[in-house]
Design a protein around this ligand. Structure first.
Ligand SMILES: [Zn+2]
Length: 554
């Protein structure tokens, strides 16, 4: 090899312990890095075999593991912090500030009023993170939000992002009234809209009005920076943007920002199939063009489809016996017939699909569409992935295994909405099997676990804690037999997620040839008590050989 410039660049990092996630060499103490990639892993002697190395002791008392991989989140996480947080749980912003959770609708109204007082001019007021399921039968209505303002549009996104509440001014500006004929507009008994809008069709007149900031701003340098900060603090070095509408300027902006050495995360955007509907040709042409901007830290290629809505918003599609509290079945975001067609087109063209299915009826129609496409056009190693797949039955998991599909399960749901699922949406039987990591593992289904940030906070060690303990916010354990080991959960947030992105050859373990992406920890998570897994301190990350310290660590 005649690569002298690179040869001078070898740095050997010593750590208290290196957890490689590579089963053929699970532990090490030294890792050598050259040109942003891992050159050697092992003992001091093994690493020193590479000549001319510089020794770096900064991690001497730390534990290194592969950089964590968030297989399902959204760049909206970087946008939401431009707006007012009105969620139920405390949440940490990019600047480290903790926003207190709001426990009543009146507290939500009060925080919005305060924010509206600080707004200049005729701007809309936007809140996010709201979740009425914690307030019993009391729903937020147009009257509540009219107390915030009658002169400017007030828009409150629900935590699921599948619903919103708006005030009278917003309804008026969006042209929604008692005569508007769109599915998903909630109404009072007298036919007037309540201000609650369910799913994308009903929300569209309002999102158009406010310029759809969650879609447009995510790729701006400012919001990408906020996203990077939030992800980095959580130890994440690769994150997805799982619904990207492929706007040229947005992708260019993302390509430029992520390419910088000081940008702390690799981003994997998935093209929004929903945005292109049955025009799969248009999506694939756009994708082919924009993929020319791909580089080591930005990788387009996956297409994301959405079949149904959210369970806690009662817009997910459920099989018999439906919702536990008797709510009507949910909404098809993509109708089954369209899904059959769309899945076949992308599959035949060799595209990898990530398909959102929350309810078990949505999982069912996705399985039918995928079975059909795979029968017509057999394909090896497609790695199509069901995203969320929260309610799948054991029989559905067996079909998932036979079809060679992956799943990315929404483990955080167990903590945040597990009690609500038990009491309202699914009832005890189905709540106990939700996000069945152990079933997936037993059946050999490759699986990851995720936060869906900003739906829940990004934090793979917390997500792993959820899958290991299955403890709800009120402290009950949901489905003991679906708990997995700490080792399996750590694999799910590294190699497991990397596999679903078809990137397990590049990230997810500390192995020669892979990117030098590490998560720096204060202690060894593989030795943590299961209940303490979420407390393991994240002290920083390394991405492509560049070190990033968690704020406040020196
Ligand atoms: Zn999502």
């Amino acid at each position: 090899m005649n690569d002298q410039v690179e040869q001078q660049d070898v740095t050997i990092y010593r750590a208290k312990k290196i957890l490689t996630m590579n089963r053929s060499q699970p532990e090490a103490t030294h890792v050598a890095v050259r040109s942003g990639r891992i050159l050697a892993v092992g003992t001091e002697e093994q690493a020193a075999a590479w000549q001319g190395a510089r020794h770096d002791e900064r991690y001497a008392d730390k534990v290194l593991m592969p950089g964590l991989v968030e297989g399902h989140c959204h760049l909206h996480e970087g946008v939401v912090w431009l707006y007012v947080y009105v969620g139920f749980y405390d949440r940490r912003g990019p600047d480290g500030k903790i926003w207190r959770g709001l426990k009543t609708i009146d507290e939500v109204v009060a925080r919005l009023r305060e924010a509206q007082g600080a707004l200049q001019g005729g701007k809309h007021l936007i809140g996010w993170g709201f979740d009425p399921i914690y307030f019993g039968s009391r729903r937020m209505s147009v009257q509540d939000l009219d107390k915030v303002s009658e002169d400017r549009a007030v828009v409150v996104m629900h935590a699921s992002m599948h619903l919103m509440n708006v005030n009278g001014k917003a309804l008026e500006m969006a042209g929604i009234d008692r005569d508007t004929d769109i599915e998903g507009i909630s109404r009072f008994a007298n036919g007037e809209p309540t201000g609650e809008l369910c799913e994308f069709a009903a929300m569209f007149p309002v999102t158009r009005l406010i310029g759809n900031p969650f879609r447009v701003l995510g790729q701006s340098p400012e919001c990408l920076a906020m996203f990077g900060q939030v992800a980095q603090v959580a130890g994440v070095t690769t994150a997805t943007d799982l619904v990207n509408e492929l706007h040229d300027e947005g992708i260019m902006s993302m390509a430029a920002t992520t390419r910088r050495d000081d940008y702390p995360v690799r981003i994997v955007p998935a093209a929004s199939g929903m945005f292109f509907g049955r025009d799969t040709e248009a999506c694939m042409n756009k994708l082919a063009l924009l993929k020319q901007n791909n580089h080591d830290k930005m990788r387009l290629g996956i297409v994301k489809l959405v079949v149904d809505g959210s369970i806690q918003g009662f817009t997910a599609r459920l099989l018999w016996p439906g919702y536990f509290n008797g709510a009507p079945n949910g909404i098809w975001v993509t109708a089954p017939d369209d899904l059959n067609y769309i899945v076949e087109q992308y599959h035949r063209a060799g595209i990898q699909l990530h398909i959102h299915t929350n309810g078990d009826e949505a999982t069912e129609v996705a399985l039918v569409a995928l079975e059909r496409a795979l029968t017509l056009h057999p394909r090896f190693d497609h790695r199509h992935t069901l995203q969320h797949c929260q309610m799948a039955s054991p029989a559905q998991f067996r079909r998932i295994a036979k079809l060679g599909l992956c799943v990315n399960l929404f483990a955080n749901h167990i903590f945040y909405w597990g009690d609500a699922h038990m009491e309202m949406t699914m009832g005890p039987d189905r709540a106990n099997r939700m996000n069945s990591c152990a079933t997936a593992e037993r059946l050999g289904v490759p699986f990851a676990i995720h936060s869906d940030a900003p739906i829940t906070p990004i934090g793979p060690l917390f997500t792993a804690w959820c899958a290991v303990n299955r403890r709800t916010a009120s402290g009950r354990i949901l489905g003991e037999s679906e708990r997995i080991s700490v080792a399996s959960a750590l694999r799910a947030v590294t190699l497991g997620a990397a596999y679903t992105l078809h990137m397990d050859g590049l990230i997810g373990s500390i192995e020669i040839g892979k990117f030098a992406d590490f998560c720096v920890l204060g202690s060894d998570p593989s030795r943590a008590e299961p209940e303490a897994l979420k407390e393991v301190a994240i002290e920083g990350t390394m991405v492509a050989g560049h070190a990033f310290e968690a704020p406040g660590k020196h």
